[in-house]
Design a protein. Structure first.
Length: 426
């Protein structure tokens, strides 16, 4: 038995009491750093304000914290609290606190027991029965702290820590703001939480809610638990255009584009395959199906009317009657290289519903060396000429092949009209 002498008053006082009232939580979880108990001397049914000396006896492994003396000689209305901490090796179950009067021939003793519980190891998350929700709507789940793994074991009724809630797809909002459930929301180890999910998996139409503890007790790892819920997307609201290299990022209001990743660079004069336009809700989740046909139009924002032909080639009108996307294969072709090209897709009937993508276009394979000679005004025989040369691809735009190859030099030979050489340059 571990003994701690607690000075509740001063020696030599005239004792006028017949019991100690010990106030401690009914259930205490091992390792919980925020458990407190109080001791109040009573004379009959009323607190006795006289100072007292007491000895607090706790089972081995259960500590009183701090061990410092309580207030000495103060009116007992200012009752002090002591911390109570139990290590993981202490046996769970009924656990007594014994308070004994010190400095008395026939001491008064009081005992109060609490239930010591094993530490939380996981969480059970219980959604409504037969639940099928819609993104953006609020529903309730019950979170239970359990002392076994994988939501097993008994409910830890003494658990009252903050926990975090996350979703496998997109954002989650709990109790109207943020993603933290306060420990104050737990009553007897359970918390009823209002949850709003903004995302759903485009393939399974489900989302996984995960609850994670914020304190790692005894280095056993953060307790966690999850539940999968059926979630449908909302109605058609927007369009997301994906080039190869981009992926859908549904359910996040911090990513207004609804996509992540960077488009794979295209090649001049080579059609781009596998471009997809999705019909999505306000949270960028692909919808189930539009209520009526949706006609999509495409346009180039960078080179709709290029300074010299050819312009960007974009697909013609596409109509979605059923489903949520259309695959455009080989209908985007870009000619000007070494620059970004921006293209837009929009709802022909509601142009405000649109999506813009930018794709960088590389030059094609080296094909020719283009030589440019610009004689100065009044050029005469014997004068020097400035000659420029660049390696170009074989596209109609004759794009410069950047870094061909490793920027090595080329030789340029000029001849006069009679076929005589002007000499070599570089």
């Amino acid at each position: 038995m571990a003994l701690a002498l607690a000075l509740v008053g001063s020696a030599g006082a005239s004792w006028a009491f017949n019991s100690y009232v010990i106030d401690v939580p009914t259930a205490v979880m091992k390792g919980d750093p925020d458990v407190f108990f109080t001791i109040t001397p009573y004379q009959g049914a009323a607190p006795d304000p006289a100072p007292h000396n007491v000895v607090v006896t706790l089972p081995a492994g259960v500590l009183e914290n701090p061990l410092a003396d309580p207030p000495n000689g103060l009116d007992w209305s200012s009752i002090v609290s002591w911390g109570l901490y139990a290590g993981n090796a202490v046996a769970a179950g009924n656990t007594p606190i014994t308070v004994t009067e010190a400095l008395a021939a026939i001491p008064v003793t009081s005992v109060k027991s609490f239930t010591l519980q094993n530490v939380v190891r996981s969480f059970e998350i219980v959604p409504p029965a037969a639940f099928a929700g819609t993104v953006g709507t609020v529903f309730q789940v019950t979170i239970r702290a359990k002392d076994g793994l994988n939501a097993g074991g008994a409910v830890v009724t003494g658990f009252n820590d903050n926990v975090t809630v996350s979703a496998s797809t997109g954002d989650v909002v709990v109790n109207g703001a943020g993603n933290i459930v306060s420990g104050n929301d737990f009553v007897n180890g359970e918390a009823v939480v209002n949850v709003m999910l903004r995302g759903t998996d485009p393939n399974t139409r489900t989302n996984r809610i995960t609850v994670t503890a914020t304190i790692n007790y005894f280095n056993l790892g953060l307790a966690t638990g999850f539940a999968n819920v059926s979630m449908d997307p909302d109605a058609y609201s927007r369009i997301v255009l994906l080039f190869p290299g981009e992926t859908l990022d549904p359910g996040s209001i911090l990513n207004a584009s609804g996509k992540s990743g960077a488009p794979t660079a295209g090649t001049a004069n080579v059609a781009v395959a596998n471009v997809t336009a999705y019909l999505v809700d306000q949270f960028n989740n692909p919808i189930l199906s539009p209520v009526g046909p949706v006609t999509l139009a495409f346009e180039s924002l960078s080179y709709p009317n290029a300074p010299r032909p050819p312009n960007d080639t974009v697909p013609g009108l596409k109509i979605i009657n059923v489903g949520n996307n259309v695959l455009v294969n080989g209908e985007f072709t870009f000619y000007y290289a070494n620059v970004n090209h921006q293209v837009r897709v929009y709802d022909l009937n509601i142009p405000a519903r649109n999506s813009v993508s930018s794709i960088f276009v590389n030059s094609g394979a080296p094909n020719l060396i283009e030589v440019t000679v610009v004689p100065p005004a009044g050029f005469k025989a014997g004068q020097s000429l400035n000659v420029s040369a660049r390696v170009v691809d074989g596209t109609p735009s004759a794009n410069t092949v950047v870094g061909y190859p490793n920027n090595r030099p080329v030789s340029v030979f000029l001849s006069n009209c009679g076929g005589g050489s002007f000499g070599a340059g570089s």
